[in-house]
Ligand binder design. Structure first.
Ligand SMILES: Nc1ncnc2c1ncn2[C@@H]1O[C@H](COP(=O)(O)OP(=O)(O)OP(=O)(O)O)[C@@H](O)[C@H]1O
Ligand SMILES: [Mg+2]
Length: 326
């Protein structure tokens, strides 16, 4: 065992008041959490604005449940939401990001050489099952479906067996939770833009509780920008949120004046919106040189990723929305 593993062995499970933890007001509803954060517990982000999906996540985490599959568009806040809920409850999070060559041993653990002798190093799944905590598998739909299906036993609540560690058998700790995130629902990528995602095995997907996370409502995103870019005028922040939503509509083919079947290839994630606001603040000095900071920042946050015609469309929309009437 490493120092960090023995820290995990000292974790203490306690009852917390769910209302107090999430809204600051006692509700009398108890939720299990840990007495104190450990090295694996994410730090609380004071600027984090909780999504509506938080309620579902809290209901899920309260009791040992089916594994959770959180899916939705890129940059909507899936991974951060899970980490922030965990942070509030002092849950350790053992995470890993899926990719095509990820193997079961990357999750369970493997033998390593340390000071000339062999030692078994627990993987994130083994640690979460042994000591309790969230096992967060990001981008699950990038995983080879056969590797993913190797998790079926664990998803069903079976113990994890580690043949390389002398056949150690790890029954799931009562505080073990399995959560995955992905951009697709595991069945298909309708947009064709999430390259590398794979259709997952039906029996594997059947084991999950599904939770869809979309982009936050405009009011919530406006509040987020108020926290993160307070020096920008409120009207500008609001127009930025409206602009982001227009681009999202263009992306799914529901924009104004779009012909049937016409779409653009980029969308406006909350991640991009935050970057745009931050760059707009930083480019303010350019206004003295006749450059419009919000448009200049738009290219750097999103526009440069788009093809020529989409970029022209984004500029035209930007000029229309951000140029004050003469
Ligand atoms: N509600 C929010 N409050 C504060 N920050 C947010 C919020 N939603 C998203 N963010 C920020 O946006 C960025 C992207 O969020 P996150 O990584 O959670 O997205 P994701 O949905 O997991 O994206 P991907 O599918 O690309 O992995 C993060 O830096 C996160 O802090
Ligand atoms: Mg993510």
């Amino acid at each position: 065992m490493t120092d960090s593993d023995s820290d995990l062995g000292r974790l203490q499970v306690i009852d917390l008041d769910a209302g107090e933890v999430f809204s600051g007001q006692a509700s009398g509803r108890l939720i299990k959490g840990f007495a104190a954060p450990c090295i694996h517990t994410p730090a609380i982000d004071p600027d984090y604005l909780f999504h509506d999906a938080m309620r579902e996540l809290v209901v899920w985490i309260m009791t040992p449940s089916d594994p959770l599959y959180v899916f939705g568009p890129t940059g909507a806040g899936k991974s951060s939401l899970i980490r922030q809920v965990a942070a509030k409850l002092n849950y350790p999070v053992f995470d890993i990001t899926g990719h095509g060559r990820l193997e079961f041993n990357d999750l369970a653990g493997h033998l390593t050489v340390e000071n000339g002798s062999m030692r078994f190093q627990y993987g994130p799944l083994a640690l979460a099952m042994k000591f309790g905590g969230l096992f967060l598998l990001n981008e699950l739909d990038l995983l080879d479906p056969a590797t993913a299906a190797g998790l079926n036993g664990v998803l069903d609540g079976a113990p994890l067996c580690l043949p390389e560690n002398g056949g150690e058998v790890i029954p799931p700790h009562p505080m073990f939770r399995f959560v995955a995130t992905a951009n697709t629902n595991g069945a298909s990528d309708e947009s064709g833009l999430y390259q590398g995602t794979l259709r997952q095995n039906l029996a594997f997907m059947d084991r999950f509780w599904l939770c869809e996370v979309g982009y936050p409502e405009p009011d919530a995103e406006a509040k987020l920008l108020e926290r993160l870019a307070p020096s920008l005028p409120e009207s500008l922040r609001q127009t930025m949120v409206e602009y982001a939503n227009q681009v999202r509509r263009l992306f799914i083919g529901e924009g104004d004046n779009q012909q049937p079947g016409e779409t653009i290839e980029v969308t406006f994630s909350t991640r991009t919106l935050i970057r745009w606001a931050s760059l707009t603040q930083r480019f303010q000095p350019l206004a003295r040189q006749g450059v419009q900071p919000v448009i200049h920042a738009l290219d750097r946050a999103l526009g440069f990723r788009a093809c020529r015609s989409t970029r022209a469309l984004l500029h035209e929309l930007g000029q229309r929305m951000f140029t004050p009437p003469a």
